[in-house]
Design a protein around this ligand. Structure first.
Ligand code: ZN
Length: 675
């Protein structure tokens, strides 16, 4: 193997700066060949149906392949170039093909079945038994019981679906990047100074006069919330909500991709004996059936609707009397809502933002994690992919627990949104016997620092940051030694947001916010009066927000449950909107064409899980409210029952181990002012 290829050096601290697009194929090809050979060896007679023997033979090379590919995928997401994208796209079908074949290999399935049936299986620890049961279930879901033509077709569907999802995401990114608008300062009335500075700098970097506006979050949302130029808001709103649709460039139109993706998913479900992709997708989840999920969502929708109608009536009345807007258009909603919020609570996100400087916020967040979960977070060094990225080490009692990268700022070539992915998982390695500690990537798209001042976060940014750290802690604090069920691995999809949404609750505690705020000019903490207003505003329009989530989740489940959905994507989107939403919307709105969560992001028939997990997370946080938010005993119990257990047992068991009972919906409704 080539020792100069950074992707072939199995390191916990890869040399990102040294990765060249051509390294992808040069590393992935030989690693795939090794993994292939390992698969052949693992299914042969020389390797007994023994947990350790199988893991040594197969898991070691497959994990190394996954690790190298993870670096390519990560760089494609945070530091993309046309060359890297081409290299990634070229290898993607090969990766998909390998994992599809391994996941459907009858001989390997037989080996796992023999292992499960062997006398030694009874002596496996609980984590290994769970991993083994999950593996057998996944074989069935991976098509291992299919024969002949059905088997071939299943593999084709996997490969084609991966390509289509990749294209879908590229179209969304290109449509987002492809829009820019150069305006003069007169059109930026109301827009905050830091957003103007960034827009000015962006134009200047291209040697152009004026201000460059884009559809990236740090530019778009302030423009929609604060920009007094109504026509400009309309332009941006329409551009954003028609991205990758039939109203844009035909080469970026996702309509055909959506139809084909849904058809393939339906066909896949039928091959595996399920009535719909929705039903198939729930097999490894907490929820039992699409009907149960749809019932859950419609119940939430019913409870929220009167609150949403009241929210909208208030907004309309305010817009008519105070803003002179006789009719509220979709591009007025955020702007008018912000005005109403200011009028009612006499503060703006911009005011709060002056107190949330990134360095102080991080210090405060780390302090909470250190106190509650009995760890220390220390700066560490590693090669990074951009100069603004930082690297940290987590320790307990001087021993290394894990590491994480922190990449907080939006920039060109970086996918929008915020996410946590694992660079490597905790694992007692069967080859060396050593303990591999976890490493995570924590990625956000906050506005970068401008004018030499620290970066400023909105309260929403703060919530996003805490959310992603919740995922990070799940991955990093696990004490499970089995690769397949450590950290977030093996956790049911609809329970995976429990630790992340749990962390968001701290953003609403005075003791917490006091500690992590410091005014960018004066260093003063957020005034209590301002925090009280923030808190009072917490449930501002919570009914409308709930309905928005219910709408997305219901659309997702219907698209994946109804047999004729592929030909009726926009029609179903319209029906769901008519059933659930109370908001005005342009008939040309095509947000479904950029709904990457379900078409490119793995949330297909799973978008409901945000609300599902919110029930769990709100209820779990209730234990902290009862005992005091910094109660060390509750912190330790939560850490051990939920974070450390990872996927080694069903989420419901972990929840009950922490709370001492089944979850209930009361805390969520209370937190959202609907109790
Ligand atoms: Zn999340």
């Amino acid at each position: 193997m080539d020792n100069t290829n950074p992707l072939l050096q199995r390191s916990a601290r890869p040399d990102f700066a040294a990765v060249r697009p051509e390294h992808a194929a040069l590393a992935i090809e030989p690693l795939l060949a090794t993994a292939d050979a390992a698969l052949e060896a693992a299914v042969g007679d020389a390797v007994p149906a023994d947990y350790d023997a199988l893991s040594r033979t197969l898991d070691v090379p497959v994990e190394q392949l996954g690790h190298a590919w993870g670096i390519v995928r990560h760089l494609h997401a945070v530091a993309d170039t046309p060359e890297l994208r081409a290299a990634y796209t070229a290898m993607l079908p090969r990766m998909t093909d390998f994992f599809t074949r391994m996941g459907a290999d009858e001989r390997l399935y037989d080996k796992y079945k023999a292992l499960a049936a062997s006398p030694a299986a009874a002596g496996l620890n609980a984590a290994r038994r769970k991993a083994l049961a999950d593996a057998q279930r996944d074989f069935v879901l991976g098509g291992a019981e299919l024969q002949g033509a059905a088997r071939e077709r299943f593999a084709q569907i996997q490969e084609r679906s991966a390509e289509l999802s990749q294209k879908f995401a590229e179209h969304v990114l290109d449509a987002t990047d492809g829009f820019s608008l150069y305006v003069d300062e007169a059109r930026l009335d109301g827009v905050p100074a830091d957003v103007r500075s960034a827009a000015r700098a962006a134009a200047e970097a291209e040697g152009r006069p004026g201000f460059k506006l884009t559809l990236h979050a740090p530019c778009l949302w302030p423009l929609l919330m604060y920009g007094n130029d109504r026509a400009l808001r309309e332009t941006l709103h329409v551009a954003y909500n028609t991205r990758a649709s039939e109203f844009g460039p035909p080469e970026l139109d996702n309509s055909g991709l959506m139809r084909e993706i849904l058809e393939l998913r339906h066909e896949e479900a039928a091959l595996l004996g399920h009535a719909s992709f929705g039903q198939l997708s729930l097999v490894p989840k907490m929820a039992q059936s699409p009907e149960q999920v749809i019932g859950f969502l419609r119940d939430l929708g019913r409870r929220a609707r009167p609150h949403a109608e009241r929210d909208l009536a208030e907004l309309r009345a305010f817009a008519a009397t105070d803003l002179g807007l006789a009719e509220l258009q979709p591009w007025d909603l955020a702007w008018a809502s912000e005005r109403l919020k200011e009028a009612r609570y006499a503060f703006s996100d911009q005011e709060v933002k002056q107190y949330l400087t990134e360095p102080r916020v991080l210090e405060g967040l780390f302090g909470i994690i250190e106190t509650l979960f009995e760890v220390a977070i220390r700066p560490d060094t590693a090669p990074v992919w951009h100069e603004s990225v930082r690297f940290y080490r987590i320790e307990r009692g001087g021993a290394r627990v894990g590491h994480f990268y922190l990449d907080l700022h939006a920039r060109p070539g970086k996918q929008p949104g915020a996410w946590m992915t694992d660079a490597q998982a905790r694992w007692r390695r069967p080859d060396s016997g050593t303990l591999q500690t976890p490493v995570a990537y924590l990625v956000c798209n906050f506005a970068p620092p401008v004018d030499g001042k620290p970066a400023l976060l909105t309260h929403d940014d703060l919530i996003t940051l805490f959310h992603e750290f919740g995922h990070g802690l799940h991955q990093l604090l696990t004490q499970v030694d089995e690769l397949a069920v450590s950290g977030m691995s093996g956790v049911e999809w609809d329970a995976v947001e429990l630790p992340s949404q749990f962390m968001e609750n701290f953003c609403w505690e005075w003791d917490v916010v006091r500690r992590l705020s410091a005014h960018v000019e004066t260093g003063e903490p957020l005034p209590r009066a301002l925090f009280d207003k923030l808190l009072a505003a917490r449930n501002f329009q919570s009914g409308m927000a709930m309905l928005r989530q219910v709408e997305m989740a219901l659309l997702d489940m219907r698209l994946h449950t109804e047999a004729d959905a592929s030909g009726r994507v926009q029609a179903i989107a319209d029906e769901v909107r008519a059933e659930v939403s109370v908001l005005p919307r342009s008939p040309r709105n095509r947000f479904v064409a950029s709904f990457s969560h379900i078409f490119a992001g793995g949330y297909a028939a799973g978008y409901y899980s945000y609300k599902w997990a919110e029930v769990l997370s709100a209820d779990a946080y209730g234990a902290f409210e009862e005992a005091g938010v910094f109660d060390p005993a509750v912190g330790r119990r939560y850490r051990q029952a939920v974070l450390e257990a990872g996927g080694s047992r069903p989420a419901l068991e972990s929840f009950k181990a922490f709370r001492g009972r089944e979850p209930n919906i009361d805390a969520l409704l209370r937190h959202q002012g609907m109790a």
